[in-house]
Design a protein around this ligand. Structure first.
Ligand code: C2E
Ligand code: MG
Ligand code: MG
Length: 867
């Protein structure tokens, strides 16, 4: 506390430093006063008394100070006013000082001495006040040994100086430790003033008796003794009442509702009663394995309520084996001193709380701000309090409360190590388990495996079915994970849709792979999520420990890397970690960052590949294909970055850019090359774009803002996207209602059933390149292409052949009845200027189509279906 203060406010003195300063200042003033003036002042009247005659009075004044507040041992001058007044009249100032010094030294031999700065302050205070008193007294114009009004007035003024000075000193002394206690102080000022005035009066009476009848002194002494005795009886009674009130209040506090607040109240009262810095109650465990609980109430600090402790921390037992004892840093065994030091106090009272069958706990009250030590009366009161506390704790409340606290404690520990949704282990516990498993495995020469399991496209579930369903799916996955494991293995949820499994004691990677397979299969079974069937797919990374350099973090990183490459490899699979994978990941991270920069730096461009009418070379449409104009690598094809853009979500802004660029280009081209049936534009759409809740709105906005007609736009989607989720169909239908057309890209490479195709809202099938390749190949027979064309005709869909690379493919396609095509043979995807050149020339070079004579061209019956 003091350390903190001096750090925070370096210019502030500590309380003790301030007291030192005040004492030294007072002493200097005293020296000046005495050396300059007081030393020379004579005794006022005869008979001159010897210095030792008032020593007993000074002794008594110091030994039994007249103050009710037992704990505040302020060095009040109180009763010292009587000998001082006597000294004013019948002694030289030096003799008074000597008598005071001897009296105080004798008295401190019998009580606990003050600390050095406190003692210094008390002495300096007396010397200054005594000096001032003498000066004021002798300042009155009066003849020596002249007992008339002037003398009595002088004496009264001297007593007044004493009272004021005494009060001022008390305020300084009481506040040197910077704790404002105005209420306690005001009461004390009353006592001190009263005491000083009373004893001053006694002094004056004594002076009178000495002057007129010395024998009358005896009468006065007896009178004073009776009054003092009466006062002490009153004080004792008062203290008794305070103690009774305290015990009664403590009983009330303990009887209150909650055990915790009862204890805090009790400790607060005890702290006030004993003027102690702290009060502490420790409750011992009632059964093995339970914790102890400690409540501490400290001055100027927040209460610490029922802190759980281990048995090793129970130092209260040390000295408390007796039913209440006062312990002191200087007089106790080292262990006890340490126990006090841990609490930042030097002195305390400790008691054990005894139940009928066992020890319930310990009560401690310790540290006080003033010089008084705990005395026998304090201890007696404290013991009574301890017994009272034990009885209240004994009647069952304690057990119940402890049971509840222990339960709470266990819950908290459990929560700290488990995921709240699934109740699986969390990352902290998981890491810990791996470390332990690794240690065990190393001893028996076996391995440990870690599996990282990530739910593929979990975001889609959350977005389409809601977060409630997402949570239900996670809980379902957690249950299946638990069910797939042996007893010693651990399943964990690391966050979001990421799970992990620890397999203890595996022989090698292949054994771990078997478990991975089992988990993978179990998770593929459909989930029932709030009445809906959800097919979850997961990517699993497997890492197996293989040496002593293993740690939880390495194993987890390897599993993470493996899982990442499972994702990168197309998700829905499990992969065992291999050393090369990490560099892959690094370059993937870099790619991701580079893509973001590229988008910001406008490094993406759109190329266009013509869709050509195979009968006459007309360009009926263009397909927009994105490229990355990389400052070092040149033009980068989409295969190298579109998958990453999809994974990172960057495909959303990128796709938007392509769509808008394509629409703007189309508007320009349509304006420059008007035709009866206007040029169309095909744009590729990825799954991630389609999943956007506002996909339809976004597409329509882009198209409307560009100014082209929706009927000129074709969206290309792969079969797998269309099959993935029936929720998409609604979106596509709404787009089609606006006139936008839908094409199935790379048709034939997926596995769509024909009946399903019928129900899809599509206009065009794009025959995938492998089937077109088949047409040109020597062994190929074109059966697939023929089947697709037949299917398209039956469903009245447009057909476009993709990837035409040879003249022979053109003629075969025409024979089959597919009259639209794309391919390097006709035109590579090119920049917009080259497209303009082609359009200017009225389409592609016709000689490319004139593959087997002009005559053939005319015989072909076009098989173009318009819906
Ligand atoms: P896709 O939609 O099937 O596009 C056709 C791809 O085949 C293009 O590759 C094109 O250059 C290539 N191609 C055309 N004719 C031939 C040929 O005769 N022989 C060969 N070997 N290839 C030919 P590209 O431009 O590399 O695009 C690859 C894929 O990247 C596209 O396949 C599409 O799925 C995707 N993609 C391209 N641009 C975008 C885009 O803006 N958004 C999205 N989501 N995907 C895009
Ligand atoms: Mg395409
Ligand atoms: Mg394609």
């Amino acid at each position: 506390m003091a350390a903190h203060e001096s750090v925070g406010r370096p210019w502030r003195l500590t309380p003790v430093q301030r007291l030192w300063l005040a004492s030294i200042g007072l002493l200097l003033a005293a020296c000046g006063l005495w050396a300059g003036v007081v030393r020379l002042l004579p005794a006022y009247a005869t008979p001159q008394l010897p210095w030792w005659s008032v020593v007993p009075l000074f002794f008594a004044a110091d030994r039994w100070p007249l103050t009710v507040n037992v704990r505040r041992g302020t060095p009040a001058l109180g009763m010292a006013a009587a000998p001082l007044v006597i000294g004013l009249f019948y002694m030289t100032p030096i003799d008074v000082l000597a008598a005071y010094a001897i009296g105080v030294v004798l008295s401190s031999l019998l009580r606990r001495p003050l600390g050095l700065p406190q003692a210094l302050f008390a002495i300096a205070q007396f010397v200054v006040l005594a000096g001032l008193t003498e000066i004021v007294f002798h300042a009155f114009p009066m003849a020596t040994d002249d007992f008339r009004w002037a003398a009595w007035l002088a004496a009264a003024s001297a007593v007044g100086v004493l009272v004021v000075g005494n009060t001022a000193a008390m305020i300084v002394f009481d506040h040197y430790d910077d704790r404002l206690r105005w209420r306690a102080l005001s009461g004390k000022i009353g006592y001190a003033v009263g005491g000083a005035v009373a004893s001053g009066c006694f002094g004056l009476i004594a002076v009178e008796f000495i002057h007129f009848t010395v024998s009358g002194l005896v009468v006065e002494g007896v009178l004073a003794a009776i009054l003092l005795a009466a006062y002490r009886v009153y004080v004792a009674e008062h203290q008794e009442r305070l103690a009774l009130e305290f015990l009664h209040g403590a009983g009330d506090a303990l009887g209150s509702r909650e055990l915790e607040s009862a204890i805090v109240q009790l400790l607060g009262r005890a702290r006030t009663m004993f003027s102690s810095e702290m009060a502490q109650l420790t409750i011992f465990p009632s059964a093995p394995g339970e914790k102890a609980f400690r409540t501490t109430v400290r001055e100027n600090q927040p209460d610490q309520v029922m802190d759980a402790l281990d048995l090793a921390q129970l130092d209260d037992v040390l000295e408390a084996e007796r039913d209440g004892v006062i312990i002191d840093k200087h007089k106790s065994a080292p262990a006890t001193s340490e126990m006090l030091a841990r609490r930042g106090i030097t002195e305390a009272m400790v008691a054990l709380l005894r139940g009928e069958t066992r020890l319930l706990g310990a009560l401690l009250v310790g540290g006080h701000v003033d010089s008084r030590a705990f005395d026998a009366r304090d201890l007696q009161l404290f013991q009574t309090l301890a017994i009272q506390t034990s009885t209240t704790l004994e009647n069952g409340r304690l057990e119940r409360s402890i049971a509840r606290l222990t339960e709470l404690q266990e819950q908290l520990t459990h929560q700290a190590f488990h995921d709240s949704l699934t109740d699986l282990a969390n990352r902290t516990l998981f890491g810990d388990r791996i470390d332990h498993a690794l240690m065990r495995a190393a001893r028996v020469n076996r391995s440990v495996a870690v599996l990282f399991i990530d739910v593929d496209d979990f975001k889609g579930v959350n977005d389409t079915l809601g977060h409630g369903a997402g949570d239900a799916l996670l809980v379902g996955i957690a249950e299946r994970l638990r069910a797939s494991l042996r007893r010693p293995d651990t399943a964990a949820r690391l966050g979001g849709d990421e799970f992990a499994v620890l397999l203890e004691d595996v022989a090698d990677a292949s054994e771990a792979e078997i478990v991975a397979r089992r988990i993978y299969d179990n998770l593929r079974e459909p989930f029932d999520v709030n009445g809906q069937t959800v097919n979850a797919r997961v990517s699993i990374g497997v890492a197996v420990s293989d040496g002593d350099a293993d740690s939880a973090s390495i194993l987890m990183r390897h599993a993470d890397v493996a899982m990442y490459s499972a994702k990168a490899g197309g998700k829905d699979r499990y992969i065992v970690f291999a050393p090369g994978m990490e560099t892959d990941i690094v370059s993937r991270h870099k790619l991701r960052a580079d893509l973001e920069l590229a988008l910001a730096a406008d490094q993406f461009v759109v190329h266009y590949q013509p869709v050509v009418d195979l009968l006459n070379g007309d360009i009926v449409a263009l397909e927009a294909l994105v490229r990355w104009r990389h400052p070092q690598r040149g033009l980068v094809p989409p295969v190298e970055f579109v998958p990453m853009a999809e994974e990172s979500g960057l495909i959303l802004p990128l796709g938007d850019f392509v769509l808008r660029t394509a629409c703007n280009t189309l508007l320009r081209l349509q304006g420059r090359y008007p035709r009866p049936e206007p040029l169309a534009m095909a744009v590729n759409i990825s799954a991630r774009q389609l999943q956007q809740p506002l996909f339809v709105e976004n597409v329509l906005t882009a198209i409307t803002e560009s100014g082209i007609l929706p009927g000129s736009v074709v969206l290309e989607l792969t079969e797998s996207i269309l099959l993935e989720d029936t929720a998409h169909i609604v979106k596509l239908e709404s787009l089609r209602r606006h006139g936008i057309r839908i094409a199935v890209d790379d048709f034939g490479t997926g596995y769509s059933s024909l009946s399903y195709l019928r129900s899809l809202p599509v206009d065009t099938l794009k025959i995938a390149k492998p089937f077109v390749d088949d047409l040109g190949a020597e062994q190929g027979n074109g059966d697939f292409a023929r089947a697709i064309v037949g299917l398209g005709a039956a469903l009245r869909l447009n057909l476009i052949a993709e990837g035409i690379e040879q003249a022979s493919q053109v003629s075969q396609l025409r024979e089959l009845g597919c009259t639209l095509g794309q391919g390097f043979y006709l035109s590579h995807p090119v920049g917009v200027e080259e497209i303009e050149a082609l359009l200017q020339g009225g389409g592609i070079d016709r000689s490319l189509l004139d593959v087997d004579g002009e005559s053939r061209l005319e015989q072909v019956i076009p098989l173009r279906v318009h819906r």
